[in-house]
Write a protein that binds this ligand. Sequence first.
Ligand code: SAH
Length: 532
Amino acid sequence: MAEPTDTYHTGADDEVPDLSHSEDEGEEDDEEWECMEQDADGVAVTCLFCQRSFSSVPETFQHCQSEHGVDLLQLVKTHRLDDYGYIKMINYVRTEKCSGESLAVLDGALPWDSDEYMKPALPDDPLLQIDLEELIGAEFPTDGASGAQSEVGGQGGALLQRAQQAEERAARSEEALARAMEDLHKLKMLAQGLVLSAGRSAPLCSGAVAELREDEDEAYFSSYGHYSIHEEMLKDTVRTESYRDFICGNPDVFKDKVVLDVGCGTGILSMFAARSGAKKVIAVDQSEIIYQAMDIVRSNQLDNTITLIKGRIEDVDLPVEKVDIIISEWMGYFLLFESMLDSVLWARDRYLAEGGSVYPDRCSISLAAVGDTEKHDDRIAFWDDVYGFKMECMKKAVVPEAVVEVLKPETVISDPTVIQTLDCNAVTISELEFSADFTLKITAGTLCTVSRVGYFDIFFDSGCTNKVMFSTSPHCTRTHWKQTVFLLENPIPVHTGDELPGRIVVRKNRKDPRALLVTLGLADRKLTYSVQ
Ligand code: SAH
């Protein structure tokens, strides 16, 4: 799918910390503690050791210390935990339901060392959303190379106060951001309405004129209401021809089947499916493009086979109990930006018949090292001297935004490494947030790696006589997804044959689940990037 023009960017290392907002004085004394207190976002923070919930992370920390004798920040310092260590510790405690006392007597290897504890024990756990460095970094600066914390005595109260101040700052920034996004969206909607009314002689079907909407997800669907995004996708021949070759090249898969097209857009995939012999195709889209799809399907005399339904797949009632096949083009930048796969998996779990299949059925995300000094000069070194002035601080704003662009293949200086493979028939929504260790093997000369590139490959495989795949790699024909580039402020010197160990963490931004945060560690550099 193309990317909506409304983006949901959040800063990365400078990201507003995801601390909860509201304060509720005297809550400690509240006898009715089993009633969950909630923060401004309606998210309650559950204690690690009991069932009690609080309205913010600092309050929860305070409670753990006073009621259970566990100073979590002190534990982080004592065991020199970096972000991953902290996340694993929280998940470990929740999963294993260990007591406060057991944490006081840890000796030797940490019991949460295993990567299995990267998986959240509690969905949307606010304790996993905090910025650890923000919480303790000012007083206890981290050692960038190892992620270790320097030793300082326990001053939990001062830290909590600082955390609360950060929380207030975050709340104010978020309000300002929300207002700005709203204004931006209204402007876009206005402009879109003007373009549509200027460019068409006949009025659109009723309801298709862009309305001003405030809710973020409506903004997302509004952007898909405009023709241009669909034109871009249809003209992406790598994308559209791959779907066509898979659907029309495998009539044995589609013959007499009931097919669900999640996010049908103009209806192109549904029409391929009808052409390939499907008995019935149900095409669902929440955006107003579906009114065009209705006309398109009628003009092609496919309305006996294809039923179009406007609405979110999660909300609509389908005219069938189960479907044999689900097709969808849900991919976003770096595969997972936009989180539309969540909707496809939801549809799979609700509607897919036993033995049915989701297509594409497999996808992978890969990384490689990039040595493009020209680009580094242009994007990073540029700020060293701007008309004779130093503007280095701007690099801190530039670097954490992943760049979506087409990369010259000759700038790739390592073998690619697959960091994640998804089986669309088995993966769960929670597995779409993951971490992985990888190694980049340098293949080209004595160069500096100045960035990393991410891209994805898509496979139509299972049960197909004619298997189809396409790649968004810099070595293949460009697609509208281009590649996703993660810049480095300071290049890492490398030589042919070097093997750079790295680690990646991909997660959704809790404040905006359609946005993606990617934390990339390579050699001794670690940074969180936003993908927009
Ligand atoms: N299948 C079309 C369009 C793909 S773009 C094609 O291949 O050209 C993705 C489409 O999915 C958009 O039109 C968007 O509005 C729709 N969409 C995304 N999430 C959805 C959901 N949860 N329910 C219904 N439609 C959705």
